[in-house]
Design a protein around this ligand. Structure first.
Ligand SMILES: C[S@@+](CC[C@H](N)C(=O)[O-])C[C@H]1O[C@@H](n2cnc3c(N)ncnc32)[C@H](O)[C@@H]1O
Length: 278
């Protein structure tokens, strides 16, 4: 059982991650915490796969304490240096499939863009293990909040990320790692959660340049920060970048960006799925 992503070496990816990405759906997460306690400042929250601490940095201002478990050493190092001044944040290197906490420890458990990194083999067996652990460490009346994309978001032809049109093989590989939304909800039910529902996440993952300047994705720093590129060789990345440059010349890239933007208005870039332990 791996301690971290099943396909991406985050000790490399995290070097430039914060310079291209932003958390999404945090306001929805904060709202959902009110289902547990009206005063969210009384909540003890666990964050799984906190990465560089980009969400931790925001959420810690809304709750009593945040405990985090992350599998990448580089992520832990970056998050520690970002959050070392926060006296209510406690970060650990570890595995979300085997949490180092006793039963009924937390009021809330959040994961932001993590579950597609679990091994999807055997009909998403690791995801089910993750949910079982989540149920175990939550207190009764606790909430699990999963921020994730769905296969629809990732689709290279009809999804919300315009650049995936130019890397269909990698986007297809990534898409297969996302459990369909209905199956995720059913898995939550089977793990024991009730009152399962979803919200569209507000916000966008990438910094503005991704949506404004198509050539921004041809920068290797950008490629290092989006795990979809883990499925491509350097040669394949160069070929895709040439196609983007050509599509800038003939204008077709801007049509694709507009299409993706319309799709974003419909479905957002991610969904927040939640359930309660009663
Ligand atoms: C896309 S990153 C998201 C990081 C952070 N939540 C954010 O949104 O900025 C996925 C994270 O999940 C972590 N991860 C994946 N599988 C894990 C596991 N089994 N145990 C702990 N962390 C894991 C990775 O190391 C990585 O930091």
């Amino acid at each position: 059982m791996k301690n971290a992503s099943s396909y991406c070496n985050y000790n490399v990816a995290f070097k430039g991650y914060d310079s291209i990405r932003k958390p999404v759906g945090i306001s929805e997460t904060v709202d959902l915490l009110k289902k547990v306690k009206a005063q969210t400042h009384e909540i003890t929250l666990l964050e799984g796969g906190f990465g560089t601490g980009a969400c931790t940095e925001i959420i810690c201002n809304h709750v009593k304490a945040v405990y985090g478990v992350e599998g990448s050493e580089e992520g832990c190092r970056k998050a520690h240096s970002k959050l070392c001044q926060c006296s209510n944040v406690f970060l650990l290197l570890g595995n979300i499939l085997a949490l180092p906490f006793v039963d009924s420890s937390f009021d809330a458990y959040m994961v932001h863009q993590v579950i597609h990194h679990l091994n999807s083999a055997d009909n998403f067996r690791e995801l089910k293990l993750f949910l079982k652990e989540a149920f175990r460490v939550l207190k009764s009346n606790g909430i699990i909040i999963i921020n994730t994309c769905t296969p629809e978001h990732i689709d290279p032809d009809n999804g919300v990320f315009w650049s995936y049109k130019f890397i269909p093989k990698a986007a297809g590989e990534l898409k297969r790692r996302y459990i369909p939304l209905d199956e995720l909800k059913e898995s939550l039910r089977q793990a024991g959660f009730t009152e399962i529902d979803t919200k569209k996440a507000t916000g966008r993952f990438f910094k503005d340049s991704y949506y404004q300047n198509p050539l921004s994705v041809t920068d290797m720093e950008f490629c290092k920060g989006d795990s979809v590129y883990c499925f491509l060789t350097e040669e394949e990345i160069s070929k895709a970048n040439e196609q983007i440059t050509q599509a800038c010349r003939d204008g077709s890239v801007f049509e694709e960006m507009e299409r993706a933007n319309k799709r974003f208005e419909d479905i957002g870039e991610a969904v927040v799925v939640y359930g309660l332990k009663r």
